[in-house]
Ligand binder design. Structure first.
Ligand SMILES: [Zn+2]
Length: 314
């Protein structure tokens, strides 16, 4: 089954000059996706290039269970002078186009939910900004709204038989996603991340196994983690837990900043392991697998890693 890839407009949201979370990340991926589509290896989704001018209702609808109404309102109605960037926290900027970027993300998540309702399948959403650090009431670590959390909450609500597994393989702990999913049934959250490291959470002390097999599995791994180390954790810890839970759907927080060439992370992963992560997903038998882009700040390494991951999953 060919992966359906959606790429959102690259340069609406700005963090300011010299910031690692830059439009170049997506423009490099855009070139990759067009190449892969020409080669017949992926299918570009219809939402590509969509730049909705409206859609405030869509943002509230999609993110209402994940973020407070006050927080969403504060983002959507924030006044930012043209050409400037407001800092929401030391790492996270907000520009005039950020509001449009949030609307585009909400529409893309809504499209994914429609796919889930009809045909299912394998999907990859390439969007900026990333989402897995965004908390209920505040932005954090380059993230404004939490796409993975919103997908899970919406799917669990629309299908009472759904069992959702989230795997967050970004080098940073998915603290925002874990916080929004912490109290849900029929949901298993797994995160591998460098530890100790930003954002400081994910030590493993919150791990639990629910009676339905869900719960939380934080797998902190030290600086210097390489493909062999990660492969061991994938085979010995992650896949057995997923197989025991028997998810109907999988949401991947697909962060590639664990790559050895990434300027932010301290891991030594290569494209090989991202391919293996991708290969391990279809055999789990889920009807819907959706990956959303998180980190990855060396655009060449990001492009090679995403290509390997899509090759593995497709
Ligand atoms: Zn990251």
């Amino acid at each position: 089954m060919k992966t359906k890839v959606s790429i959102l407009p690259t340069n609406m949201h700005m963090n300011g000059p010299g910031h690692p979370e830059s439009p170049k990340r997506l423009s490099t991926l855009e070139a990759l996706f067009h190449k892969l589509a020409r080669e017949g290896r992926i299918q570009l989704s219809d939402t590509a290039g969509d730049t909705p001018e409206d859609g405030l209702d869509c943002v509230f609808r999609i993110y209402q269970e994940t973020h407070s109404r006050e927080y969403i309102t504060s983002l959507l109605f924030r006044e930012v002078p043209t050409g400037t960037v407001v800092r929401l926290d030391p790492d996270t900027g907000f520009s005039e186009g950020s509001r449009k970027a949030i609307i585009a993300c909400a529409k893309a998540v809504e499209t994914l939910l429609q796919h889930r309702k009809t045909a299912g399948g394998i999907h990859f959403l390439a969007q900026r900004p990333p989402g897995h650090h965004a908390l209920r009431d505040r932005s954090m670590g380059f993230c404004l709204v939490n796409h993975a959390g919103a997908l899970v909450r919406n799917i669990l609500q629309m299908d009472l038989d759904a069992r959702l597994a989230v795997l967050d393989f970004d080098v940073h702990h998915g603290n925002g996603t874990e916080a929004t999913l912490r109290d849900l049934n029929r949901c298993l959250f797994i995160s591998t991340h460098q530890y100790p490291f930003y954002p400081g959470t994910g030590s493993g002390k919150d791990n639990r196994i629910d009676s339905d097999g869900g719960g939380i599995l934080d797998l902190p791994l030290p600086e210097g983690t390489d493909d062999d180390d990660y492969r061991h954790v994938l085979r010995e810890k992650i896949l057995p837990r997923l197989e025991a839970f028997r998810p109907t759907d999988m949401i991947l927080s697909a962060g590639f900043d664990g790559h050895r060439d990434d300027p932010l992370g301290g891991w030594l992963l290569t494209e090989e392991i991202f391919m293996e992560i991708g290969q391990s997903l279809p055999p789990l038998g889920c009807r819907f697998i959706a990956s959303v882009l998180e980190g990855g700040y060396n655009s060449r390494a990001l492009s090679r890693s995403v290509e390997a991951y899509l090759t593995g999953i497709g």
